[in-house]
Design a protein. Sequence first.
Length: 121
Amino acid sequence: MTYKDYKINSHNSLVNGHSGKQYDWSKFNWSGETWAETVTNPQLNWLSIKHKSIKPFVDGHDDSFGEYLHVPYDWEENETIYRVYSRWQVGKSNHGKIPIKVQAIKKDDGWYWRIIWEETK
């Protein structure tokens, strides 16, 4: 079994089923350290509620794309969480090689797609 790790970026990922290139990657929160603040006014008794973003995490497995991540996006403004998938599809040839498994791997310097390739003969 051979594998290669690719740092997750807009060129090798899909976001909610769309090309990662359509998103502003500076708005993804890979550290989970962003805060959003909601200010409410229940009858003029102002309340400020702060919400810390989650840290990105592997959440499930898609038969075609392998593991995917939930990642906070534009948290300070919208408190949104998106699904981020690898662009490599299990069983679908990519430059003559066929991925048999896709994993999301956390390393010291960020998240990676680990693509496990079919053995070549």
